[in-house]
Design a protein around this ligand. Structure first.
Ligand code: GDP
Length: 440
């Protein structure tokens, strides 16, 4: 995400390396490079210029922070300004109502249908809502089928009426259906066209007036850069929506839309889509996003994701097993499953400060653990609970079963043994001292 912008900003800060103090002259080049980087990231010249003027002014007026080197100071100022450009605080999301109604708008292909389902899935699990998805695209029967498929996948009911050609009628019927069936949240996916046209605007406006949504959201493909910003403006003029959803951020290397939408339409980005899977949705936090753009990682989101997957009872169980030296390969497998639930590995690595850049050209496939899992799956239950029984011939059999080389099995067993030793030391009295001895 945003790799090219991150790299360019990094070199802009690098210009100040070795300087002791910020002066009008020595930051000129750095500021110019930041502006160029923003323009190349598809930020309009006007916004880029305003941005760098503010950055420059703050940098020159901030000699109080003597403990920071000029490069660090610029990084901090740019980070804070970026967060403020993107809206400062995370925006709230109104889902109170009986039922609460969320209306989706946007062009065809922007990711509306996918996001509608992701949102239903998110609110169902995180906010214990009972959502109803509504298929309101009266032009493309395939779009209705798509929503039904996604609904089934996430276990959420979908309301549609292929007989009707009137989105207002469908939406009203859907809300009545929701009330009658105990749904406290209705998410309406509307039709989109390939480009803005009057008919589409009239239609969505009519639905908007009829259902009085609690939240009207505009969905846009972040990879379309300035076009995304222009479309956002056109929809806002008609709908005066509550928030923006930026999709396909996983493929966006430039970041112009994320940076400027708020400044142009004065509406917050509420969520971002980061993949095609149903859990690839993040609440948008401007300051965390700024950190990610600057390659500083996003430890807070990482910890949050970990907490979401964290099963307290399991953790206590695990601790007991470690204490009794009973931690086996099944437990190891369990841990791997938990990590995998947190999301795509490369994405996770990018949340660790400095790691994103290091991992940029390294190919981590989505299933980085698959070989380890295959080897564990080729072990017998006895071997998993008591790895010490795994002798030479067993190793050969495990390697054959997993389709891996025996050296990989040896490596896994060695690492597992080291890990168990380490866990035991950490548990035992004076663990810290033992650890120190081991490190020597
Ligand atoms: P709609 O026409 O606006 O309803 O768009 P769809 O929901 O059908 O999405 C269009 C395409 O974009 C589909 O192939 C989706 O799988 C894909 N898509 C949607 N959101 C994302 C995202 O956040 N990341 C990626 N990589 N693909 C996405």
């Amino acid at each position: 995400m945003f790799e090219s912008l991150s790299d360019r900003l990094d070199s802009a800060f690098h210009i100040l390396k070795g300087r002791n103090k910020i002066t009008e002259i020595n930051i000129a080049e750095s500021v110019k490079e930041i502006r160029r980087a923003l323009v190349d990231a598809d930020v309009s010249y006007k916004i880029a210029k305003q941005f760098t003027d503010t950055v420059k002014e703050k940098a020159l007026g901030s000699d109080v922070l003597v403990s920071l080197k000029p490069g660090q100071l610029m990084t901090k100022i740019v980070r804070d300004e970026m967060a403020s450009l993107m809206g400062g605080e995370a925006a709230d999301f109104k889902i109170e109502g009986k039922p609460a109604v969320v209306l989706m708008s946007g062009l065809q292909g922007s990711g509306k249908t996918t996001f509608s389902a992701k949102l239903a899935n998110y609110l169902k699990t995180k906010k214990t809502r009972k959502p109803l998805l509504v298929a309101c695209d009266v032009y493309r029967p395939a779009a209705i089928d798509q929503l039904h498929v996604l609904g089934e996948q996430i276990g959420v009911d979908v309301f549609s009426n292929k007989e009707s050609k009137d989105p207002v009628e469908i939406s009203k019927a859907a809300i009545a259906h929701a009330k009658a069936n105990g749904h406290n949240l209705v998410i309406i996916d509307t039709a989109g066209r390939l480009a803005i046209d009057e008919e589409m605007m009239r239609e969505i406006k009519a639905v908007h007036t009829a259902v009085e949504p609690n939240e009207t959201l505009f969905v846009v493909d972040s990879m379309t850069g300035q076009d995304a910003v222009n479309t956002a403006k056109a929809f806002n003029d008609v709908l005066d929506y509550d928030g923006v959803i930026l999709t396909k951020l996983d493929g966006d290397t430039r970041g112009g839309a994320a940076l400027t939408i708020k400044a142009v339409v004065d509406k917050p980005i509420k969520f971002v889509g980061t993949g095609e899977k149903m859990d690839a949705l993040d609440v948008f936090h401007p300051s965390r996003m700024a950190d990610r753009i600057l390659g500083m990682g996003d430890v807070v989101s990482l910890v949050e994701r970990a907490q979401e997957q964290f099963d307290e009872e399991k953790a206590r169980d695990m601790q007991k097993k470690i204490a009794k030296n009973q931690f086996g390969f099944d437990d190891f497998l369990d841990q791997i499953q938990q990590i995998k639930k947190m999301g795509n590995m490369k994405d996770l690595m990018g949340m660790i400060p400095g790691m994103g850049k290091m991992m940029r050209n390294i190919d981590i496939d989505d299933d980085a653990f698959k070989h380890i899992e295959a080897m564990i799956h080729s072990m017998t239950p006895e071997e998993r609970t008591n790895p010490s029984v795994i002798n030479g011939s067993r190793r050969k059999r495990i390697a054959r079963g997993a389709g891996r080389d025996i050296t990989e099995v040896n490596k896994l067993l060695k690492q597992f043994a080291d890990m168990s030793k380490m866990m035991k030391m950490m548990q035992s009295q004076g663990g810290k001292r033992n650890m120190m001895n081991m490190m020597r």
